[in-house]
Ligand binder design. Structure first.
Ligand code: AMP
Ligand code: MG
Length: 337
């Protein structure tokens, strides 16, 4: 018995190794990949997931996005919280979402009002991306601007209150909020890697490296790539939604000071952040602010950004300079001054 003990121990170890190896092979063989395309939040969305729960995770992303759109964020869906807020001037915000409303309020003040989530009435006047696109009269814009302003909205951590006639519009933050909710859900699912793309906002989830293309403004394909670890990336561009009238292009990102499309010398801003909400908010805010003030805003929030100006010059914040590769030589990178 005593003489056999080491031998049986060896056998046990060998058995254990075999079981672990089999389990490893089983895990590798059962890793799945799943892709899903859908429409929600007024844009094309796509999900690519790998992992044991790939299919469930892709479907979860769609479910979260659609639910947030229809029941929470859309100002056009009669079932939504924001619809009720705009109609009644008051709405209770469920605790799980209060952080997002705090972030939005903070970003309004930090951006000096460039990110303003109360421009719904002005967006409606322009109707960009709808059948009612038109250049509004100046007095219409002025009247709508008088009613707007996130400083008039009060969020006490539980209840959101807005004055009559003010229209909250989550268009510049909603996709980022959805990405943050999806990432939270993936934390308790068997997801190895995922790329979730909601319009111009993307979640990169999982270990290892990811490559993300920056869309060619006004063209097809990509003009540069960013090599990143897991994070969120949002792009705001004047080429995304616009109409032309009498040779003038009117796009969907509004300058809250004037009520007209922002004219800051940029055509696209891409922001990289750990937070989807912040990347989405800041890409819009930076587009309005322009290069210098936009860079300063990103620094305040610890985010990185790529700015493309109307002359095809690319400007990058220091933290991601070495992660950007220009792939289209009609664009040139601005050398540090
Ligand atoms: P994004 O594509 O994320 O830059 O968001 C643009 C959308 O946000 C627009 O379609 C409007 O619904 C809304 N929006 C436009 N201008 C602003 C702004 N300055 N601040 C906040 N939301 C805006
Ligand atoms: Mg945005």
């Amino acid at each position: 018995m005593g003489i056999n003990a080491p031998r049986s121990k060896k056998l046990l170890i060998a058995l254990l190794v075999a079981v672990l190896a089999a389990a490893g092979i089983f895990l590798i063989l059962t890793q799945k990949e799943y892709s899903l395309d859908f429409m929600a939040m007024d844009t094309y969305d796509s999900v690519k997931v790998s992992g044991l729960e790939a299919k469930a995770a892709a479907e979860k992303a769609r479910e979260i996005t659609e639910n947030l759109d229809v029941n929470v964020l859309s100002r056009h869906s009669e079932k939504s919280l924001i619809y009720a807020l705009n109609r009644d001037g008051k709405a209770k915000i469920p605790t799980e979402y209060s952080q997002y409303f705090n972030t939005m309020t903070g970003a309004f003040y930090e951006s000096g009002g460039a990110f303003d989530f109360t421009l719904g009435k002005i967006s409606d006047l322009w109707g960009i991306g709808t059948d009612n696109e038109r250049v509004p009269e100046e007095d219409e814009i002025k009247a709508a601007l008088d009613k707007a302003g996130a400083d008039k909205a009060v969020f006490d951590g539980g209840t959101f209150t807005v004055p009559e006639g003010l229209s909250v519009d989550m268009g510049a933050a909603g996709k980022g909020i959805a990405l943050d909710e999806i990432r939270k859900a993936y934390g308790s699912m068997l997801v190895r890697r995922a790329v979730v793309s909601l319009g111009g906002s993307i979640l990169l989830y999982g270990k290892g490296d990811f490559t993300v293309g920056i869309q060619t403004p006004g063209g097809s394909g990509y003009m540069a790539v960013l090599n990143l670890k897991q994070c969120c990336v949002s792009t705001s561009g004047s080429y995304e939604r616009y109409f032309e009238k009498d040779g003038v292009r009117y796009h969907h990102i509004l300058d809250p000071e004037t009520g007209y499309p922002a004219d800051s010398g940029l055509v696209s801003v891409t922001v990289v952040s750990d937070s989807g909400t912040l990347s989405d908010i800041l890409s819009t805010a930076c587009f309005v602010l322009g290069l210098e003030n936009g860079k300063a805003l990103c620094e305040k929030f610890g985010c990185e950004a790529v700015f493309i100006d109307i002359e095809n010059t690319v400007h990058v914040t220091d933290g991601i300079k070495d992660k950007l590769e220009i792939t289209d030589d009609t664009y040139r990178i601005e050398e540090s001054r």
